[in-house]
Design a protein around this ligand. Sequence first.
Ligand SMILES: [Ca+2]
Length: 519
Amino acid sequence: MAASQVRPRNENLPTGDPCVAFACPANLTVSFSTAVKKIVSMLGLLLALGQAQAGERPNILWIYLEDVSGWFGCYGDQVIKTPNIDRLAAGGIRFDRFYTPAGVCSATRSAIIVGAMQTSLGIHNHRSGRANFRGKNLGPVFDDIRLPKGVRTLPEMFRAAGYWTFNEGGKDDYNFKHDTNVMYDFLPSKRGWGPAALVAGKCWKGRKKGQPFFGQVQLGGGKLGRRAPKVIDSAKVPVPPYYPDIPLVREEISHHYDCLLKTDEQIGQIIAALKRDGLYENTLIFCFSDHGYKLHRHKQFLYEGGIQMPMMVAGPGVTAGQIRKDLISGIDIAPACLAAAGIEIPKHMEGTDFLAKGYTKQKFVVAARDRCDYTIERIRAVVTPQFKYLRNYLTDRPFMQPSYKDPWPVSKKFREMMAKGQMNETQLIFFGPKKEPEELYDLANDPHEIHNLANHPKFIKQLQHHRRLLDGWIKETSDQGLKTESDPGLLAVLKRWGAKCVNPEYDRVRHLLQAKKTE
Ligand SMILES: [Ca+2]
């Protein structure tokens, strides 16, 4: 990971400390006229600074896509047309190698909002750090996770710098204690799946004159369900080789396409609202997904379908029509936004401003999988320009552990096929009874990641290289995921999920739950 640096985007801004320059000269030999000249010159400087900031600080808008795989026209997809997304990409930069820090909501979102890996700050376990969970109060003992002293969320930083902040849709999902009253000037009272409040102009309405905004609009994306009308014929969608080609899989894939059509429509509405209110020209838009669509092997996991996501950036300072194929991580978004606003990038941020002039391409990015709901898992991924290396720590359990996906019809069918021996060799990589401790894939020649090269003698040097990258990163960032979760954390999961917690790690705290019940 590159070190954090301050890279002000606007190089024309005056530098130096005006207060020092403005101080009354101690040397009494300086003439009155010289002092007046200095004062006049300083006033001019302050005025110029004020004008530059008022006129040039852009609005920043995140169009945050929920569970959305990038099957868009601009990425070459042939099944659907996504004109609004394609136009946004063409008007700025389309990123072809954007990787999220995790394959699941809360871990990804926690990392992105602080610009550092979730594993560096102990905010990596999905839906941890909460006193209440879906209406269930977990009592006085729970994993009360706090950000380290001095670490703030991005909206707090923007707000402190004078920006107006909002979060349309309201989703945050952070694995640490936070206060939305401190983070946002505006939160729509009704949490929705579309951009209704933003499109109505409510999100930026309360700003002071000339006050720039930093806003997020959460789109339902892959979770739209019945809100996305059924359009796509399931017989016409492609099925990747790691799934059995069965009607239930086709239905999942075609439904995701339906969700993307609705998402494209919503993005069109957002752009139109910005234009209507005269904000489009001065708004830097980051449109990206938190992780891949919900089906197995994609969401929650670290194969390309889980973490290699769409991202496009367009707006002031960004030349249209660019395509970038270098590696970008989700943790790079926060520093890029701060730099665009001329705000200092704090030291805790591990990401890099990928829009900076003279930016050096990253040699690798990392993603992490840790506990999701009650399913304890630990996987790390290192992605380099050509390869992906996966380290599976918990080889005592299959990829298809019991999980929240189990009640779905497609999951039941998968398990039935697994039991009957109906999965082929390629499908067994994920649906088989065991997993390899290491996987190495040549992404350039094996985009589906189905030919594991980790045991191939020809690739031993690549394997060793990637091992070293991961070992170095673990040490450098003090990967918190290598420790077993805390007792209060495991206990909180037991309280939430009860009998679904079957992993041996829970045995350590199970008696605490029993003791609690008999109190
Ligand atoms: Ca999500």
